[in-house]
Design a protein around this ligand. Sequence first.
Ligand code: SF4
Length: 262
Amino acid sequence: MSEAAFNELRRVFNALLASGLASQNLADMLADRAFDLFEANIDAQTAHLPTLACAKGCPSCCALRVTATAPEIFLLARYARQIDQRMPATALGSLSRRIKLANRATRGLSETERMKLRQPCPFVVRGGCIIHPARPLACRGHASFDRRACAQAMAGREVDVPVSAPHVALRALVQDSLREALGAAGLASGLYELNQGLVLALDAPERERAWRDGQDSLAPARIEASTTAAQMDAVLWSRAAGDASIRDEVAAAEPGRQSPMA
Ligand code: SF4
């Protein structure tokens, strides 16, 4: 995927920010569009590849550290509140509480330490992701061709998990173009650890307003500071550039509202 594809996606986000900067729904609009852009392009990017091993009921990789942008985190915090309102605490044990407990267990741990801990993501319920249609870009971009290798890797064995390069590259492309547009609009464009970012957003909903006002209100959860597109995901981009199976064209998806519940 090329600079032209990146520029096309950045143009989409720039336009959305120009029209929606004053909207209190800005985070939802940006996150939804990012998810739509990923989903609108992934089938065409992967049509030539074997069938993925990923399927409902396999949360093997859902103990890995997840990073997300501020719009994704504010959107998911809203979903968590909605789910808590809809479902009795006995069914889920309160999703907000599960997120806080997960954060207590994982806060400050490196990716390697997280793999060893194997603390499941708080959104895993009965083996499935209960926010699957709204899962972060990081989760969308992680797709495997070998379920057994995933299980072995999560059990601590040193195995090469064959992952889909187009998923990795498209995630990087959408996420980087979003972050570049956020930075150009004067908004915090860092990457944040999901559990801690959600706790910050759940405990203090006013952080979303502060983010819209240009503050880095999720800074305590920040993993990667705001940066320029040229510096972002250099490894992922170069890997994608060397993969002849990755297509250059992208479709700029029209927005579509997603439901929080699968
Ligand atoms: S958000 Fe969903 S897909 Fe992502 S790690 Fe959590 S349970 Fe897995």
